[in-house]
Design a protein around this ligand. Structure first.
Ligand SMILES: [Zn+2]
Length: 319
């Protein structure tokens, strides 16, 4: 469910039209080699985004003209979020690194107190997974058909590209196909259906999963789970609560979850924070937009959502 459209058409100054997906192939390279001096328009938006051909060694690529990378459609492979619109720009390079097609993320329970931030909290990691899965994006066509199963499959797809603190993120996601079972040291990602307080320990149950997970008093308090006590198979005030956490097997073969991150999602599985009504209105009005995740920052310098318009996205501030 990653919203990347490899079939976007490029138009060269000489009138040649090529699909993005052809470029990596032999013919595509030959087309680019003959047109290194020509301007290119990416047709992902109706206005088109200016690009040019770049030659590295013997291969040719296309690159956005300076200051245009954020003007591509969000589904375009060339789209790069502007640093001014994403709180990801607040993290140090070492906190989120990309190499070998993988995203390497440093995660710690306590928020980073350094600037730039040295790591993500588990809640920010959940936001990041949502972003990588394309689930922060709402288009009228896709958002109404989202189901717990589709969302879980998207999360599974994105989690396969993540490395957390040096180890691949192997996650138990209840609604997915071919899911691994609960395993010591693995992560779990799911929608909470029950949060119950016990005399000594607390338990949560995830939608689509029978076995409850135990939560120690300290992990419970740290995650603020008390505000979500209860049994709810129906969303509370149209919100669902999602959890990510790390599993530990106890001597009695039960599983404890710790390093807990939580996020509230609306009925369409969009992160909503306290903007449920604003987001609902936009969905009602059939608007296409992207929610800007908070990660670990409440800074109001960043927009709460980006509204996709004909050309560059419009920054929306809900407060
Ligand atoms: Zn584009």
């Amino acid at each position: 469910m990653l919203y990347v459209n490899e079939d976007v058409v490029l138009t060269f100054e000489d009138g040649t039209k090529v699909k993005r997906s052809w470029l990596g192939e032999e013919n595509g390279q030959a087309i680019l080699a003959k047109r290194t001096h020509l301007a290119v328009l990416c047709r992902c938006t109706s206005a088109g985004v200016p690009m040019h051909v770049v030659t590295r060694g013997t291969t040719h690529h296309i690159s956005s003209n300076p200051n245009y990378a954020h003007c591509h459609a969000l589904s375009c492979p060339s789209y790069v979020e502007e640093a001014t619109t994403t709180r990801l720009s607040l993290y140090a390079d070492a906190a989120i690194k990309r190499f070998n097609h993988r995203q390497h993320v440093v995660v710690e329970n306590e928020p980073s107190h350094t600037r730039p931030m040295s790591h993500m909290t588990p809640s920010a990691l959940l936001d990041y997974l949502w972003e990588l899965s394309g689930l922060t994006v709402c288009t009228p066509k896709t958002v109404r058909s989202r189901t717990n199963f589709l969302v879980s499959e998207s999360l599974r797809g994105a989690s396969e590209f993540l490395t957390i603190n040096g180890s691949p993120l192997v996650a138990h996601i209840p609604m997915t196909r071919n899911r691994p079972g609960f395993t010591d040291g693995n992560w779990v990602i799911g929608q909470i259906s029950k949060a119950k307080r016990g005399k000594y320990d607390n338990r949560i149950t995830l939608t689509g999963e029978r076995t409850p997970l135990w939560v120690s008093q300290s992990a419970w308090n740290q995650a603020g789970l008390s505000s979500y006590l209860g049994e709810y198979n129906q969303p509370i005030l149209d919100k669902h609560l999602w959890l990510i956490g790390k599993l530990t097997q106890t001597a009695s073969s039960n599983y404890h979850v710790h390093s807990i991150g939580l996020r509230e999602m609306n009925a369409y599985f969009l992160p909503c924070y306290e903007h449920v009504l604003n987001i609902s209105d936009m969905i009602e009005n059939n608007q296409s937009f992207k929610v800007c995740p908070r990660f670990d920052s409440l800074s109001t310098d960043f927009p709460d959502a980006l509204l996709f318009e004909e050309d560059a996205p419009k920054h929306l501030f809900f407060d």
